[in-house]
Design a binder for this molecule. Structure first.
Ligand code: ADP
Ligand code: MG
Length: 289
């Protein structure tokens, strides 16, 4: 690999909005055989909105959930707060607030214990969700993320949130497959929702229910199996996974953390640039040989 050819390649990438932070990444990209995508904010736009509320008193469920999520920086929490504000619901501050990464929120509101989150959060607090399991499942089949709301240790309802796929996601996956590259979705969301979305974009393999701190280990395990792995993410919850991959690819609208961690940064929020980066690498390396 002549340094000049690599420099030319890096320059071509930059012109196309593909920032390659060192010739070694350009060299490595042609060897990739696995591309792992984060779901929220990477395959999807990361702007979820509330679609369904399940329970006896829907407005009260939304109100309690929104108060709980007021201090949350999670896109799911922001969607719930926005839905409540749009309905003109007054949101006071909770008395106590705790975010549980990969699970949800635990708060005290008006003296009541309120939990908003997934099955794992409910299980950890010994809450029976029996009556809501069927609703959760059907929402998840539609690719929605359903969160349970429990009040004083009793399941009171559920709120579902849906995110839209980026226009470029399906095409990027199709093109990667044509290049013989395996595509995987990695997410903290539940398996049913993840699979429904994976089906829409054509991803064959889903690794779901992964806690934020474990995403990095999933990448390490794939590499230990001999795969050459790119992790594509927005940096929210997945910066260590980007760093643990052969090439971390940070997507445009993502966090600053992602941009600092990524070996490749995509300036435009278009996943087809993942394919373009690999093609550029293959073309550059062909010239060198
Ligand atoms: P992702 O991998 O999609 O970015 P996370 O690891 O952040 O997901 O979260 C995984 C799951 O934990 C979510 O799908 C949701 O069920 C639950 N969760 C996380 N944060 C919150 C929150 N603030 N409110 C409710 N549920 C949450
Ligand atoms: Mg994400």
């Amino acid at each position: 690999a002549t340094p000049t050819a690599l420099m030319v390649g890096v320059g071509k990438g930059a012109e196309a909005g593909i920032l390659i932070r060192g010739g070694e990444y350009l060299e490595r990209a042609q060897a990739l055989n696995t591309v792992v995508f984060d779901k929220t904010g990477t395959l999807t736009k990361g702007e979820p909105s509330v679609t369904d509320i399940v329970g006896e008193n829907k407005e009260e469920i939304l109100r309690l959930a929104a108060i709980a999520e007021k201090g949350s920086e999670h896109p799911l929490g922001e969607a719930i707060v926005r839905a409540a504000r749009d309905k003109g619901i007054l949101l006071k501050d909770p008395e106590k607030f705790e975010a549980v990464p990969g699970q949800g929120i635990s708060v005290t509101i008006e003296g009541k214990d309120v939990l908003v989150g997934n099955r794992r959060l409910m299980q950890a607090n010994g809450i029976d969700i029996g009556g809501f399991e069927d609703s959760l499942r059907s929402l998840e089949e539609e690719g929605k993320t359903a969160m349970l709301v429990a009040v004083n240790k009793k399941a009171a309802g559920a709120i579902a949130v849906a995110d839209t796929l980026k226009e470029s996601s399906a095409e990027a996956v199709t093109e990667l497959k044509k290049l013989g590259i395996e595509t995987i979705m990695l997410t903290g969301d539940n398996e049913r929702t993840a699979k429904a979305i994976a089906r829409q974009v054509g991803i064959d393999r889903v690794i779901a229910n992964v806690l934020p701190g474990e995403k990095e280990n999933v990448i390490k395990k794939l590499r230990a199996e001999g795969k050459v792995v790119a992790m594509v993410g927005d940096g929210i919850n997945d910066a260590p996974a980007l760093a643990a991959s052969d090439i971390g690819i940070a997507v445009g609208s993502g966090s600053d953390v992602a941009k600092e961690t990524g070996g490749i940064v995509l300036i435009r929020d278009d996943l087809r640039d993942v394919v373009a980066g690999i093609m550029l690498s293959r073309a550059t390396m062909r010239k060198i040989k």
